[in-house]
Design a protein around this ligand. Structure first.
Ligand SMILES: [Zn+2]
Length: 384
């Protein structure tokens, strides 16, 4: 897709005021809370998408304006591709319940669920994510973020939660300089090798559980320390949260190239619909095609956008641009599914299964049992 003259001029202006821009922009985006009522950032690019999650029809503005497909059409066209949202903040109050209809309607089959980020509030939302999982085990994969990354005691929380059956840590603030909220969260670290993060990486390798790291800015010390972490803990899987936001395709590519244990959470909604994005979805297609095993898709619950639905819409635009159903399913579902499915049952889970006193015939092969399978057996036993 060719960039318009206006776009190039806008890009130039943005680069001139880069420092100020980055500051303001990052403030808008990285507040660590997804329920975003602040719509001013995206008014120009996204005015056609309403807050209720209804009818996007053909009204989404585009650069080419020549009859773009509606979201409904795209969902229908790709109804064989389930979507697994890698980053979702709807563990709070009634929020995830309210989203069910939208998820059903748009083939969002599974969701990595958590709520607040690196603060005591997150301890509460982690519990909500867990309850959502118990009620809807096929839909939600609970992550947790309520860990004091600066205290040794945080390690026990990580261990307890992973043992219990949570599938990953995140979103946690491994570095935040610009976000008015994440900068202030009490449990964030200064950089990805700070606090107890190194020990957490070890634990995560042991449990084969990934970490979803928020890092801003995506350059300087935070990134050099991220690289250090990736190299020192090669068996730990780190997912870089919204890696395409306020970052260049080149930087994303370099990270993927140098670090086989890095996964990228691609927040298509930012690139497609946030007015602050200086890229287009097309710009990232070559990287996705080059590293199809380590790209995940997320909505970030529509952070910085009009709605989560708009972030879902962007995921479908990306899938459409890929023009490759196998690759699309891989990044939309299979990569994340594999990260969850590979995790082994924990000692705590095995003990809980033992206590169910299943008959020999009912007993699964405990040697190869996964965390996911163990949870299903335990929950079924609980229901009786
Ligand atoms: Zn987030």
């Amino acid at each position: 897709m060719e960039h318009s003259k206006g776009y190039r001029i806008a890009k130039l202006v943005i680069s001139v005021v880069a420092i100020m821009g980055v500051f303001l922009i990052t403030r808008e985006l990285f507040q660590g809370k997804a329920n975003n009522e602040n719509t001013k950032v995206i008014e120009q690019s996204a005015s056609a998408v309403n807050q209720t999650g209804e009818s996007l029809s053909n009204e989404i503005p585009t650069d080419d304006q020549n009859g773009e497909k509606s979201l409904e059409q795209l969902v229908k066209q790709y109804d064989d591709i389930p979507i697994f949202d890698a980053h979702n903040h709807n563990a709070g109050g009634e929020r995830y319940r309210k989203m069910m209809e939208t998820w059903d309607k748009n083939s969002i089959e599974r969701i990595v669920l958590f709520g607040a980020v690196s603060s005591p509030d997150a301890v509460v939302t982690d519990k909500i994510a867990w309850e959502a999982y118990l009620d809807h085990p096929d839909r939600f994969i609970p992550f947790f973020s309520g860990v004091n990354l600066l205290e040794e005691s945080g390690l026990q929380t990580v261990k307890d939660n992973l043992e219990k059956g949570y599938f990953g840590i995140g979103e946690i603030a491994a570095a935040s300089t610009y976000s008015p909220i994440l900068t202030k969260v009490p449990w964030k670290t200064a950089h990805p090798m700070d606090g107890i993060l190194p020990q957490i990486y070890e634990l995560c390798a042991q449990y084969q559980a990934p970490l979803l790291l928020h890092i801003d800015p995506l350059d300087g010390l935070p990134i050099s320390k991220l690289k250090e972490a990736l190299m020192q803990y090669p068996d730990t899987t780190i997912i870089l949260a919204h890696a395409n936001a306020y970052n260049t395709p080149g930087n994303v590519e370099n990270l993927l190239e140098e670090h086989p244990n890095l996964y990228v959470d691609f927040f298509a909604g930012f690139t497609a619909y946030n007015a602050d994005s200086t890229n287009k979805l097309d710009d990232f297609i070559p990287i996705i095609k080059k590293y199809p095993n380590r790209i995940l898709l997320s909505t970030d619950s529509g952070f910085g956008l009009n709605s989560e639905l708009q972030a879902i819409d962007a995921i479908y635009r990306l899938i459409d641009l890929l023009n490759d159903r196998v690759l699309a399913k891989q990044i939309a579902y299979d990569n994340l599914d594999a990260l969850i499915a590979r995790q082994p049952a924990t000692a705590t889970q095995l003990k809980a299964i033992e206590e169910l006193k299943l008959t020999e015939a009912q007993l699964p092969n405990l040697e190869s049992l996964s965390k996911l399978e163990a949870a299903k057996i335990i929950n079924a036993g609980r229901d009786k």
